[in-house]
Design a protein around this ligand. Sequence first.
Ligand SMILES: [Zn+2]
Ligand SMILES: [Zn+2]
Length: 240
Amino acid sequence: MILAPNIYMLAGMNYGTLGNVYGIVHQDGLLVVDCGRPQEAVPVIEATMCQWGLDKMPITHLLITHAHPDHCGNARYFQKRGAKVVAGEKDAKQVLRLGDYDPALFPCVLHDFEEDCLFEPCEADILIERDCKLKIGELEVEAILTPGHTQGGVVYLIHINGKKIMFSGDTFGVNGSRGNTPLLGTSASVDYCAKDFIASMQKLLNRYPDGILSGHGVPRFGNCNRLVAAACMKAMAERS
Ligand SMILES: [Zn+2]
Ligand SMILES: [Zn+2]
């Protein structure tokens, strides 16, 4: 699905799979954001890439928003295809490198642990330890650490063709019939932390994105800064 010039949805809720997967074409190839749940996402991603003529393109990078299996479950698949895997240091340390969701061993797991969440281990190539900027092709990628939903979550604000698109993972998204209802990642992790979550939402205020592309929910363009503020207000109201 083409969302905007050079921006594609490769798998996710518009394709009947869990965890949205996005692709961005840049001068050196394709950048992918999140990679979907193991088993189900890869055939869908491959079919979508064929559909839009992206399949012959080198995949240069995979940006992981956080180490839940519906977002990082196929990281090793992309690494084997040549992508550099980028992830928040704490999530990479806890889960991504080990790949094995044994809740007895690793704190950063889903409450609803399921066997089909197991995925091939993947050691990240680039660890995000602090807020920083990456240059990928002509794209400027702001990596913003957003602990809360998990300890090592990252929101990526990517500058594409003069626009800023916020890839918000499960920190927040939008849903509802008008795409106006904030969807908050205030649960699902055993390492969820409300205090960190609110601080992370506050970090995202006033960055004036032109689009919000989240881990679940609908793609949203227009009036996005107000939506970030609404999501932040909702997170604070839920806590009090
Ligand atoms: Zn998710
Ligand atoms: Zn998650």
